[in-house]
Each structure stands twice: as C-alpha cells, then as structure tokens.
Design a binder for this molecule. Structure first.
Ligand SMILES: N[C@@H](CCC(=O)N[C@@H](CS)C(=O)NCC(=O)O)C(=O)O
Length: 359
C-alpha cells in the first residue's frame, strides 16, 4: 500500500474545508491530522497557516489554491476544474469570491455574537495541544474584524449579502446538486470554506442556515461525503444554470468592486516602493471602499492581487470564441469589471512567500 497523503487541518478552519471535499472526491488515500505547527508546519513552510498537505513523496503543498491545482495535476479524475471557457471562468471567479469576500460574513458570524464566540473558542481549544495558545489565537482572529471591514456600520450590509446568497443558493440547489451541474468543481470546494467551516459549524449562523437554507445544508453534507464513482457531469455545452446568474450578480455587485478597490490600493502602494522591494508583508496599509453604499475601511492585502491573477489568467487564455461566450454568459452581472482590470504589478511566490515581481 502506498503511503498516505498527510492533511494537516482543522474542522472549523475555513481553508481546510475547501480542500477536504477535494481529497475525498479524488479518492486519494489520506490522513487528516491536527495541525502540528512546531514540528511540521513552521519548519516546512515558514508560515503559520493551515491547511498543508504532505504528499507520499514528502513534498509540502501550502495554499489551498495551489493544493487544489497540484491535486488536479496528480489525480485528474474525477476532475474539479472545467476546461470549457464559461464554466472554467465561473469556477475561478467563485473561488476568488469565496476566498476573499466571504471572509466578511464568515468572520462576522463567528466573532460578533457571544454565543458563536464561546463555541469557537472551545472548538479552537479542543483541537489544540495548547488550549491557552488557542484562546490567544481566537482573540487575534476576533481582533481582525475591523481590518476586514466588519464594523457596526457595515454589519447590516454584510448580513444582507449573506441572506441574498443563501436565497440564491437555495434556489439553485433546489434544481442542481452542485454549482455547475451534477458534479462538484473548484467553485463548490471554495464555497465550503465559509459555508461549512464557519457558517454551518458556528452557533449563531448554524441555526440561521438550518432554519432558512435547508437545501444549502444538504449541499454541505453532500460535499463532505462525495462518491468518486458517482456518475454526473457539469451542464452540457458549457452552459450555466439559469439559477446561477443571480448569484453571479451578487458577486459582481458586492464583491468585485470591493476586491478591485483593494487591488488598486495595493498597486498604488507598489508604485511607491523603491527598487529592490520584493518580499511582501501580509498587509500594506488601509484603503476606503464601499459595500452596498456603506463606506468601508479595510486593510490592503498583498494576497488579494495574487488571487485575482488566477481568474485573469483564465480570461487572458481565452480565444475569441471563448471571450464572446464569456461576454454573453456574464453580461449584466458586473463580473466583467474583474477581467477588464489590467494589473500594473504582478505578485508571485518564492517558496511559500509572496513577492512583488518587477517587470
Ligand atoms: N490563502 C491561504 C489562507 C490560509 C489561512 O488563512 N488559513 C487560516 C485557517 S483557515 C490560518 O491558518 N490562519 C492563521 C492566521 O491568519 O494567522 C490558503 O488558501 O491556504
């Protein structure tokens, strides 16, 4: 028997929830282990992030986008990445939205309500060999709310966004088991981060989901228990279900403007950096944006531009036919503002660290 993949993860970790369904769906032999920062994660990556994957050949994979890319290359069947233009771009767009924007409702519903906070702290402590350290970590996470843009002024917009998303997903999952049809994709995996690890498992939003969005709860359970041999395909002819454009409009209306404001602020910062700056800190200051007309002040993430490059690379790789199919499919959703954006700077990686790549 081959050695198993080793998946260092946690049940209530956002990004662990993105990778777990993929490992199960691909049918790979893996062990899920509690995070060992001191002996495994820090020495191998230099970062205190979960999840990481160690392959049977002892390679280390870090960053869920790169983990899923690498897994797809190693184990192409069953596939998670559509190869047709519209569905492929939709999958990368939803990944960007899930990873970057959905942090707002996910972090709000975990850290703004005493009942959620108490459960999350206890969950962190149970999964850690150092309960006191886990509580300090929980306090640090709670402290990030204002930097993400979650404040008393923005909470109504954040909650309204989630209510609209749950309504859109409920309508979609009433007809289709997964976002792109009858099989899961990168898009479903990414949405599991906020929807399973935070909103389904946390105390206050867990009730909200069970009371208002049972079809979303069933999708969560389906995602966590996939059958690699189940038949099923994405919709034929690169189609999107008629229930998907309302969700894309929610992404294009609320998330893309906020994400692009962050990217522009990063670029303005990068313009001013002296030659020789390359390794990037996590945050490079603050910037103003809006959510549903409400002013928001957020930290400028150096990671967001790296994530934005992924759907942009898919769009750049399309031929003329692919572009016109994409134009038709996303017309009126607001998502096209993303691929209209031409970055002035590239963010790359050296090892696991983000670097500013000078052209
Ligand atoms: N972009 C990374 C993000 C990983 C991440 O933020 N993981 C969280 C847990 S879900 C974490 O370890 N956070 C620690 C911290 O923010 O210091 C990925 O996709 O893997």
């Amino acid at each position: 028997m081959t050695r198993p993949y080793r998946f260092y993860a946690a049940e209530i970790s956002y990004f662990s929830a993105k990778v777990r369904p993929a490992l199960r769906y691909k049918g790979v032999h893996f062990l899920e282990l509690l995070p060992d920062y001191r002996n495994v994660i820090l020495p191998r990556t230099g970062l205190a992030f979960i999840p990481i994957v160690i392959t049977p050949e002892d390679e280390t994979w870090q960053d869920t986008s790169e983990i899923l890319d690498a897994l797809e290359r190693r184990v192409p069947t069953p596939p998670l990445y559509p190869t047709t233009p519209v569905q492929r771009l939709a999958a990368y767009l939803i990944e960007l939205y899930a990873d970057e924007f959905m942090l707002l409702p996910a972090m709000h519903y975990r850290w703004s309500f005493p009942e959620s906070v108490a459960k999350a702290r206890a969950d962190f402590a149970s999964a850690s060999e150092e309960p006191a350290g886990a509580v300090r970590f929980a306090e640090r996470m709670q402290g990030t709310l204002p930097f993400l843009g979650v404040t008393p002024a923005t909470v109504p917009a954040v909650e309204a966004h989630l209510a609209d998303l749950l309504a859109g997903l409920s309508a979609h999952f009433a007809v289709h088991p997964y976002l792109l049809g009858d099989r899961m994709s990168l898009a479903d995996c990414a949405l599991m981060g906020p929807l399973y690890a935070h909103l389904y498992l946390d105390a206050v939003p867990g009730r909200l989901l069970r009371e208002t969005a049972p079809a979303v709860c069933r999708w969560i359970e389906r995602m966590n228990h996939p059958d690699p041999e189940a038949p099923g395909t994405w919709l034929a002819d690169d189609a999107l279900a008629p229930t998907l454009p309302p969700i894309l409009s929610l992404i294009g209306g609320d998330a893309i403007p906020l994400i692009l404001d962050g990217v522009r602020a990063f670029e303005a910062w990068a313009d001013e950096q002296p030659a020789g700056t390359d390794e990037l800190p996590r945050g490079v200051g603050g910037h103003p944006t809006t959510l549903r007309g409400v002013p928001v002040q957020r930290f400028i993430s150096a990671y967001t531009p790296w994530m934005v490059q992924r759907p942009l690379a898919v769009h750049d790789g399309l031929d003329a036919g692919g572009r016109s199919a994409v134009d038709r499919a996303f017309a009126g959703t607001g998502c096209d503002a993303l691929w209209a954006h031409v970055p002035r700077h590239r963010v790359g990686k050296r090892g696991f660290k983000l670097v500013l790549e000078r052209s």
